[in-house]
Design a protein. Structure first.
Length: 257
């Protein structure tokens, strides 16, 4: 009888956990229409760096399935890290679409507007257009190279990442610039706080892209982070940075969204 009761409790606990995960997990949006071009070359080497600050997209785990977002989507860097499922709109362009194929990309860069050109002839990233300038290998999954630009259907989807969230610290005394990468779930970050082993929680501000700054003196302290993604999910990363940290180092956490 006792064993049956324990088994029932375990089953109930598992069901509650599944419910909590399904409620909290980032939910994909509906399909929307836009256009897509490509850049960076056949090996995507030209996509390194970018306005989100991720640097080497190969070593950071983003690979070649990335894109630069137009102003309407980039949101001044707040969209960095978001993931989108994209497919060519075959009904709109049968000549240059690969029918029925989708690719999922991560937003890693900004496609700036070009107001010297009309929005339908070169100014593809001009507001209010929803445009993806995709890494060439990702674009060629859904489009024919000679097409150059294709109409697409896209939706934001949960990001799937290997391992936990990573924190790279640069800057100098009284100025910690923290790059936050490999964020699953919503992918993009709404707010960040930092805590030294001798301080309370201190709010950070977005400096640029996925880089967040603090103007506190935190040298010689272990560091914790409290990160909230744009879907409202919050994770605390306690003492992810040891007290002997130095500027230029990256620290990985086992915790993920």
């Amino acid at each position: 009888m006792a064993q049956n009761s324990i088994l029932e409790l375990l089953i109930l606990a598992a069901a509650i956990c599944r419910l909590l995960v399904s409620v909290d997990a980032f939910v994909a949006t509906g399909w929307a229409k836009g256009h897509a071009t490509f850049y960076g070359g056949g090996d995507a080497s030209g996509t390194m760096g970018g306005a989100c600050g991720y640097g080497n997209l190969y070593s950071e785990g983003y690979g070649t399935r990335t894109a630069a977002l137009s102003t309407a989507l980039f949101n001044n860097g707040a969209s960095c890290g978001e993931c989108y499922k994209i497919m060519c709109d075959y009904q709109a362009d049968k000549q240059w679409c690969n029918k029925g194929v989708t690719v999922t990309i991560t937003a890693t860069n900004f496609c700036p507007p070009n107001f010297d050109l009309p929005s339908n002839a070169g100014g593809w990233c001009n507001p209010p257009l929803q445009h993806f300038d995709m890494a060439q290998p990702a674009w060629e999954k859904i489009g024919v190279y000679r097409g150059g630009i294709i109409p697409v259907m896209f939706k934001r989807v949960p990001c799937k990442k290997h391992g936990g969230v990573r924190f790279t610290i640069s800057g100098r005394d009284y100025f910690e610039l923290v790059l936050i990468t490999n964020v699953a779930g919503a992918g993009s970050i709404q707010s960040v706080s930092i805590k030294g082993s001798r301080t309370d929680w201190l709010p950070m501000s977005r400096n640029w892209g996925a880089n967040w700054q603090s103007n506190s003196y935190l040298n010689g302290q272990s560091l914790s982070f409290r990160v909230t993604t744009t879907d409202g999910e919050t994770r605390i990363f306690p003492d992810v940075v040891p007290s002997n940290w130095a500027f230029g180092q990256t620290f990985s956490s086992p915790i993920q969204f």
